[in-house]
Design a protein around this ligand. Structure first.
Ligand code: HEM
Ligand SMILES: [Fe+2]
Length: 437
C-alpha cells in the first residue's frame, strides 16, 4: 500500500515540476540537477522507510522503532525520521516549483494562475506537518484526529484542489480555456472543496470518542462533497464532447494534442464521481458507517478513489511529460503501449471493483446486519467459502491491471528515458503562450 502511495506521489511531484516549467516558460539553471537530488532523496525515503517498517515489525529496532521503524498507524507507518526527511523533500520541491514558475509573475496574463498554483502546492507540505503532532505514547483518539488531518485533508482537500489547478493550467496552456475561465474554475472548486472537505474530515472521527455534534456536522458537510465531484465529472464530459466534435473551420476533426493525457484526465473525472462520489457517499452517513466501517466496502471506496483519481492523474501527468520530451518518431512507437496501458489500468480497476470489492463489501455488510459486526470480521466469515470466492475473484482484475496496465506504462517510462535522444528532438504540440506568438 505504502509503495503504491509513494509511486503515485512521485508521478504527481514530477508532473507538477514539469507543469511549473511550462507555466514559467523556461527551465531555470540547475533545475535538472536539483530534480535528480529530489529523486534520490525520495528513493532514500522509500527504501529506508520500507526497510525500517520491515525491521520494526520484526522487532529488530527495540528502542529506535518510533524514529526509524514502524509507527503502526495505517498510512503513516513510516518512522518519524523518514517523515521529517519527506517533509523536507516536499519543501525543497516547493522551492523548485517557485523557481520554475517565477517568470510567469512578470506576465499579467499568467500571474494569478501562477500564484494559485503555488498556493495549492504549499498546502501539501504544510498539511503534512500534523503527522508530527503526536509521539509514540499519545492517546489513540488524539493520534487519529491528527492522522486524518493528513489523510483526509490531503485526498479530499488539497490534492483535489491541486488536481483542479493542474488540469486548469493544462487546459489554459493549450488554449482550451481562457485565463478568466481557468481562474473561475479554480476559485469555484476551492470554495466547494474546502466548504465540504474541511469539516467533512469528521467522517473519520465518528467512532473515536468525538462528540455527537461532530457527527452531525461531518455527515452533513461530507455529503456536500458530492457537489464538486459532480461538477468535475460534468467538466470531463464536456471535454469528451470537445475532443469528439468537429472543427468549425475546416469541418475536420479537432486534432487534440496530448490525447492520452486527456484520456487519463477524463478517467480521473469518472473515477472521482464513481469512486469518491458514489462509493464515498455510500459509506458516509453515520448510520451506514456504524455498521460498515472496516469492511470491504471501505476498501472498495478506497481503491476506486485512490487509484482512480490520484493514480490516473499521476500517470496522466507522466504521459504528458513523456510526450513533451520525446521525438514524434519515438512517440509513434510508444503510443501503442500507452493505449494498452490506459485501458489495462482502467479495465483492471473496474474488474477489481465490480467482480470483487463491491459485491464482497455488500455481502460482508449483510453479514454485519444479520450476525453482528464481530462475526463479519471474524474468521468464521472471512474464511467462509463465499468470502474466499470473492477474494479469489480479485485476481482477474489484478492480472489485467498489472499485465496490461502497469507493465506497458513501465515500458513507456523506461524506453522514453533510455531512448530520449533518438530521432528529431521536437517538443510536441505545445501551444505557444501569448508572449511567444
Ligand atoms: C479522491 C477522493 C477520495 C479518496 C482518495 C479517498 C480515500 C479514502 C481512503 C483510502 C479511505 C480508507 C481510510 C481508512 O482505511 O481508514 C477512505 C475512507 C472513507 N472515505 Fe474516502 N476518499 C475520497 C473521497 C471521499 C468522499 C468524497 C467521501 C464522502 C462523500 C468519502 C468518505 C469516506 C468515509 C466515510 C470513509 C471512512 C470509512 C470507514 O471508516 O470505514 N471519501 N477514503
Ligand atoms: Fe475522508
Amino acid at each position: 500500500m505504502q509503495l503504491a502511495i509513494f509511486w503515485i506521489a512521485t508521478a504527481y511531484v514530477a508532473g507538477a515540476l514539469f507543469l511549473a516549467s511550462a507555466l514559467g516558460g523556461t527551465e531555470p539553471k540547475g533545475q535538472a540537477k536539483a530534480i535528480h537530488a529530489l529523486f534520490w532523496t525520495l528513493i532514500v525515503v522509500v527504501v529506508g522507510s520500507l526497510l525500517g517498517e520491515w525491521a520494526g515489525i520484526r522487532q529488530l529496532l527495540p528502542s529506535l522503532w518510533f524514529w526509524f521503524g514502524d509507527q503502526g498507524w495505517e498510512y503513516l507507518e513510516l518512522g518519524r525520521a523518514w517523515q521529517i526527511l519527506l517533509a523536507g523533500a516536499l519543501l525543497f520541491w516547493f522551492g523548485l516549483l517557485v523557481r520554475a514558475v517565477a517568470p510567469a509573475f512578470r506576465d499579467p496574463e499568467r500571474r494569478e494562475i501562477a500564484g494559485l498554483f503555488l498556493f495549492a502546492a504549499i498546502a501539501i507540505p504544510l498539511f503534512y506537518l500534523p503527522a508530527m503532532f503526536f509521539d509514540g505514547a499519545t492517546h489513540y483518539s488524539v493520534v487519529d484526529a491528527w492522522r486524518f488531518w493528513i489523510i483526509h485533508l490531503w485526498v479530499e482537500g488539497f490534492f483535489e484542489f491541486f488536481v483542479t489547478v493542474m488540469v486548469a493550467i493544462i487546459f489554459f496552456q493549450f488554449g482550451f480555456v481562457t485565463r478568466i475561465n481557468a481562474t473561475r474554475i479554480i476559485y469555484l472548486d476551492a470554495i466547494l472543496y474546502f466548504a465540504g472537505g474541511f469539516i467533512g474530515t469528521g467522517h473519520h472521527w465518528y467512532w473515536t470518542g468525538q462528540t455527537s455534534f461532530n457527527m452531525a456536522l461531518s455527515a452533513l458537510f461530507s455529503a456536500l462533497e458530492v457537489a464538486p465531484l459532480t461538477l468535475i465529472t460534468l467538466d470531463a464530459w464536456d471535454f469528451v464532447r470537445l475532443t469528439r466534435s468537429r472543427s468549425d473551420l475546416g469541418g475536420g476533426k479537432i486534432e487534440v494534442p496530448h490525447k492520452w493525457t486527456f484520456y487519463f484526465l477524463m478517467a480521473v473525472g469518472v473515477w472521482n464521481f464513481v469512486g469518491a462520489g458514489i462509493f464515498g457517499f455510500l459509506i458516509n452517513l453515520p448510520i451506514v458507517s456504524y455498521f460498515e466501517t472496516g469492511t470491504l466496502l471501505t476498501i472498495n471506496h478506497a481503491h476506486a478513489s485512490m487509484m482512480g483519481v490520484f493514480g490516473m492523474l499521476g500517470i496522466g501527468l507522466v504521459v504528458f511529460a513523456i510526450r513533451e520530451t520525446v521525438s514524434d518518431t519515438l512517440w509513434n512507437t510508444l503510443e501503442k503501449y500507452v493505449r494498452v496501458g490506459f485501458w489495462g489500468l482502467n479495465g483492471g480497476l473496474l474488474m477489481m471493483v465490480v467482480m470483487s470489492l463491491f459485491p464482497a463489501g455488500v455481502l460482508q455488510l449483510i453479514d454485519v446486519l444479520e450476525n453482528g459486526y464481530w462475526h463479519a470480521r471474524s474468521l468464521a466469515y472471512t474464511g467462509s467459502d463465499q468470502a474466499r470466492l470473492f477474494e479469489r475473484l480479485r485476481m482477474p482484475g489484478d492480472v489485467v491491471f498489472i499485465l496490461f496496465g502497469a507493465v506497458p506504462i513501465a515500458i513507456v517510462a523506461v524506453r522514453a528515458y533510455l531512448e530520449r535522444g533518438y530521432g528529431q528532438p521536437v517538443p510536441a504540440a505545445r501551444i505557444p503562450m501569448e508572449d511567444e506568438k
